[in-house]
Design a protein around this ligand. Structure first.
Ligand code: FES
Length: 220
């Protein structure tokens, strides 16, 4: 059994300030960009959520209704990590002359009554990359190499965090501007909003590979 206290290396009488301090330390170590892993990062986030919400749940030292956080096993049960993703096809954005940086982009998409493949939601399981999750839910998102060597699977991150393993083709500037690769990107936040199919944007043009030898028979 691994309790939230175990994950954050805390004693069970830790107060909120201890939890905050431990979380800040552990989340840095666990981040995939600094030598951790997606699984570890998600575990640390769940541990923090359990402990920071313990009073709201009526559990822990200030209440008796909810489960004691010390008895929660983070390696078991539901909630081990399905992440909700709201997606939007860049083609729909371009066709309507919308701006990727528009803060109301997803609200506009919701009002526009787009086809389910163009705008909707899907769940990503902990062992799925974003691209795998889309494919496993029946969507045909673009890709080519599936290995970080092109920009065919690129998405634009509007909200949330998506891991970006080392040795991929996107520059730091691309990452800072919000571009990620869906073939090897794993959600690091509880919710995500992404625009997929951004491979035709001019800044990604030269990183694209032609579809062909890498393309799976099931793809578009
Ligand atoms: S498909 Fe080439 S980097 Fe993702």
């Amino acid at each position: 059994m691994v309790s939230p206290f175990d994950v954050l290396n805390l004693d069970e009488d830790a107060d909120d300030a201890d939890v905050e301090r431990a979380y800040r330390e552990r989340v840095k170590e666990a981040h995939p960009d600094t030598g951790g892993s997606v699984e570890e990062f998600q575990l640390v986030r769940r541990a923090y959520r359990e402990l920071s919400e313990r009073d709201l749940n009526g559990s822990g030292p200030n209440g008796a209704d909810g489960p004691d956080p010390a008895d929660i096993d983070l390696t078991e049960g539901e909630g081990t990590g399905s992440i909700r993703v709201e997606f939007l096809d860049y083609e729909a954005v371009a066709d309507r002359g919308w701006d990727l940086a528009d803060a109301d982009l997803f609200a506009k998409a919701a009002d526009a009554d787009l086809a389910p493949a163009d705008h909707g939601r899907l769940l990503v399981e902990p062992d799925e990359s974003l691209l795998e999750a889309a494919e496993n839910r029946g969507f045909s998102w673009p890709f080519s190499c599936r290995g970080g060597a092109c920009a065919n699977c690129a998405v634009y991150l509007v909200e949330g965090e998506l891991s970006q393993p080392a040795n991929h083709i996107l520059s730091e500037e691309h990452a800072e501007r919000g571009f990620r690769l869906s073939c090897n990107g794993y959600p690091l936040s509880d919710e995500l909003k992404v625009v997929f199919n951004v491979k035709h944007l001019p800044e990604l043009d030269e990183l694209r590979l032609p579809p062909g030898p890498f393309r799976r028979a099931t793809s578009e």
